[in-house]
Each structure stands twice: as structure tokens, then as C-alpha cells.
Design a protein around this ligand. Structure first.
Ligand SMILES: Nc1ncnc2c1ncn2[C@@H]1O[C@H](COP(=O)(O)OP(=O)(O)OP(=O)(O)O)[C@@H](O)[C@H]1O
Length: 424
């Protein structure tokens, strides 16, 4: 070791270290600082924008929450309403004083009940119909007159203008209907002479829109009968005892207007197989069905009243309804096959002004699986497309658009261009 005092020790001597960078100049540092500042500004702006968006989202979510709470409340109310027992219908027989009156309920017995002074006095008259709470027998509301109630559930036509030639693809069904409903109405003496009762009721069953109502109307037309249509689901809509009363009234009306055809659509609504009746709604359906059975059994089939039921669900019908002397003939009204569709399309395009390029066979092919009601809708729609384009005739594209619209999807098939008018 060398300890000479003149020598600077090794450690204190300035050395050059390779990997240390040259110090930055002030300018460079300033530039970096500016860059960082700009970066910070940008991040700050982004964050502020995000905060504003979140605040907006929060307000929207809060509004949505309020809306959903309101909806929940109204749905709860609705559920409560459905849970509440149906009301009893009664007719006022006498107003005793300003708080009491006597009523006769539609299920039979009479009651002396209290009523509120807040009800409209002008409406509270003997003969008015009121709805009563099932338990307390308090008057809940005064109902519109019976006539109004009837109109909503019943359709009456003196002589419908539907004829058999307006029905396509149901030739066999027409023959059967003629034999079972028309013949007894037109020639009751034939049955008398032979000594048998004419069939009372027939049941038309099949998918919706296939011509069941049309068939019933055509019979009424052919026999000059009044057509009375009721929709069975209307029987059991609201008030206890109302369904049975309506059934009674329909049969009374049919007798009054005889010859007549009673057409009961959606028969399954009151005639589904009896379940263990637990709710008062079920019991109401039962009562209505019992009344219907009683009317069917009770009236003498002299052939001047024909009863036609219709359903899409024959499988769920109560067998009691299908016994002899009730609805004992069943006629299937299926969706139309190829020939059926051709006939139906011919009927509905008869008066239409159609371009010769439209080929019937193509339309028949493209409409496989559709019902008579669908085919009618397609013809109407095709006409509408032509009107929209200010044409006075219907072209192939109109039909294609109409078929697509009715089928609810874009069918790929198109009509070919071979020409030839196929409409008769
Ligand atoms: N076979 C058919 N021939 C001609 N038009 C038909 C035919 N089937 C249905 N239509 C048309 O569809 C319309 C509805 O048919 P309709 O009311 O007879 O059907 P439905 O079987 O009684 O239906 P729902 O079961 O829905 O009561 C008719 O007014 C008619 O324009």
C-alpha cells in the first residue's frame, strides 16, 4: 500500500460512470413537465366526463326505479283485484227508505240490504241491477241496464248474408251440416213421420279461422233463421250468476225468434272437464255449464232451433256435454289443404282486379299451413299494397308482400314468371 500524502485516494477521485445519463437541460425538463400537465388535464377531463355520465345514469336509474315501483304497485293492485271474490248480481225490488232496500239476487234468494247514501239516487230504482259484495252484501256499483250487458256478449242477425258458395274447401262439412241442422229446421215433419228426434246440437271443432262461424251463418241463411251468436267466455267474465242468466236468456231469445240458430263459440270456456272446483270463478263456470246442460235437456227439439257449438279444444270438453241429446254430432273443420286453399283464394279474389302474371298455383303453394281467415287477410293486404302504390290492379309482388306480412316472416319463395291468369 502506498501512503504518500500527495496521492489522492482512489475513492475520491472523479470517475466516469458509463450508465448514468447526461443531466437534462432545463428546456427538456420544462417540456416533460408540460407534457405531464397536458396528460393530467386529459385524464381529469375524462374523469369529469365519466362522473357526469354516471350522474346522468344515476338519475335515469332513479327514474326507472320510481317507474318500476309504480308499476309494481299497480300490478299488486291488479293481483288483489283478481284475488277478490266476484260480485253477486241482484235486481232492486223495493227502495224502503234512504238506507235500506230489498233486492233479489240472480242466484235466487231475496235480501234486505243497507246501501250507501253516496250511490247515485237516480240510478237506484226498482228494476235496476246492482253488484253486491259476496260477503257483506253491500252495493258496490249500480250496473248498466240489462240490454247493454246483453249487447256486449251477443250478436244477433236476422238472416246472415253468408251462403254456402262463400265457403271454400269444406264440401263434406257442408253436407253434414245440411243433414244435421238444416234438414230438421226445414223439414221437421220428416223426423216426426219416422218417429225420431232430430239431432239437437252439433259441435264444430278445429283450428281458429277455418270457417266454423261461416258454416253456422250459412245454415241460418239457408233456413231463414235468426242467427244468435254468443261467445262462451263472455258468460263467465264478471259476476256470479250472470253466466247462467245469460244462457237462460239466449235460449229464451232463440225460442222467441224461432226458427233460429244458436251459435256458441269458444264452448270450452264453460265446458272444460270438471276439475276440483276450489275458486268461486271455477264454481261460476260450473254453474254456467249446468245451466247450459239444463237448457239443452229441457227444450223440446221440434227442429225450429238449431244449436251449433264451436271449439278449438275438443279434447278438454266435459263428456257430459257430448252425450246424446246434447252436442252429439261432431264435425271436424280442419285447416284447408291444397284444394281448400285454392277454393278459398278463388272466393276471396273473385272481385279483385288482378294482374295476369299472378298465378293461383303459386299462391296456393306459398300459403301452406294457413287458415281461411289468413287467406282472406292476405287478399285484403295485397289490395292495400296496390292502393298504397296508387295502382288499380294487384301484382305478384303485392301478394308476396302480403304473404310475408301475414306469415310474420320473410318467406323466400317467389311466384314464377310463366304468366297465365289462373283466377276464375
Ligand atoms: N273455409 C273458408 N272459406 C272462405 N272463407 C273463410 C273460410 N274460413 C275462414 N274464412 C274467412 O275467415 C273469416 C273468419 O272465419 P270464421 O270466423 O268462420 O272462422 P272460425 O273457424 O269461426 O274461427 P274461430 O275459431 O276463431 O271463431 C271468415 O269471415 C272468412 O272471411
Amino acid at each position: 500500500m502506498d501512503d504518500s500524502p500527495n496521492e489522492v485516494p482512489e475513492l475520491n477521485r472523479p470517475t466516469k460512470i458509463d450508465n448514468i445519463e447526461e443531466p437534462k437541460t432545463v428546456d427538456e425538463l420544462q417540456k416533460e413537465l408540460d407534457l405531464l400537465k397536458a396528460e393530467n388535464q386529459k385524464t381529469k377531463r375524462n374523469l369529469m366526463w365519466k362522473v357526469r355520465k354516471l350522474e346522468k345514469d344515476k338519475i335515469l336509474t332513479e327514474n326507472e326505479k320510481i317507474r318500476l315501483e309504480r308499476e309494481l304497485k299497480s300490478l299488486r293492485g291488479e293481483v288483489e283485484r283478481f284475488r277478490s271474490p266476484p260480485l253477486v248480481i241482484a235486481t232492486i225490488t223495493e227502495i224502503i227508505d234512504d238506507s235500506r232496500m230489498t233486492v233479489k239476487s240472480s242466484t235466487g234468494p231475496s235480501f234486505l240490504i243497507n246501501y250507501s247514501k253516496f250511490l247515485d239516487e237516480d240510478l237506484l230504482k226498482p228494476g235496476s241491477r246492482v253488484a253486491l259484495n259476496q260477503q257483506t252484501f253491500g252495493v258496490v256499483e249500480v250496473l248498466p241496464s240489462e240490454k247493454d250487458a246483453n249487447v256486449s256478449g251477443m250478436e244477433i242477425e236476422a238472416k246472415p248474408d253468408v251462403t254456402y258458395d262463400m265457403i271454400g274447401g269444406l264440401d263434406e262439412q257442408i253436407i253434414e251440416v245440411k243433414e244435421t241442422v238444416e234438414l230438421p229446421l226445414k223439414h221437421p215433419e220428416l223426423f216426426e213421420k219416422v218417429g225420431i228426434d232430430p239431432p239437437k246440437g252439433i259441435l264444430l271443432y278445429g283450428p281458429p279461422g277455418t270457417g266454423k262461424t261461416l258454416l253456422a251463418k250459412a245454415v241460418a241463411n239457408e233456413t231463414n233463421a235468426t242467427f244468435i251468436k254468443v261467445v262462451a267466455s263472455e258468460f263467465v267474465k264478471k259476476y256470479i250468476g250472470e253466466g247462467a242468466r245469460m244462457v237462460r236468456e239466449v235460449f229464451e231469445l232463440a225460442k222467441e225468434k224461432a226458427p233460429s240458430i244458436i251459435f256458441i263459440d269458444e264452448l270450452d270456456a264453460v265446458a272444460a272437464q270438471r276439475l276440483k272446483s276450489s275458486t268461486s270463478g271455477d264454481r261460476e263456470v260450473q254453474r254456467t255449464l249446468m245451466q247450459l246442460l239444463a237448457e239443452l235437456d229441457g227444450f223440446e227439439s221440434r227442429g225450429d232451433i238449431g244449436i251449433i257449438g264451436a271449439t278449438n279444444r275438443p279434447d278438454i270438453l266435459d263428456p257430459a256435454l257430448l252425450r246424446p241429446g246434447r252436442f252429439d254430432r261432431f264435425i271436424e273443420v280442419p285447416a284447408p289443404n291444397e284444394d281448400g286453399r285454392r277454393e278459398i283464394l278463388k272466393i276471396h279474389t273473385k272481385k279483385m282486379n288482378i294482374d295476369p302474371e299472378v298465378r293461383m298455383s303459386e299462391l296456393v303453394e306459398l300459403t301452406e299451413g294457413l287458415s281461411g281467415a289468413d287467406l282472406k287477410a292476405i287478399c285484403t293486404e295485397a289490395g292495400m299494397f296496390a292502393i298504397r302504390e296508387e295502382r288499380d290492379h294487384i301484382i305478384k309482388a303485392d301478394f308476396e308482400d302480403a304473404i310475408n306480412k301475414i306469415m310474420g316472416k320473410n318467406k323466400t319463395g317467389t311466384l314464377d314468371d310463366n304468366g297465365g291468369v289462373m283466377f276464375g
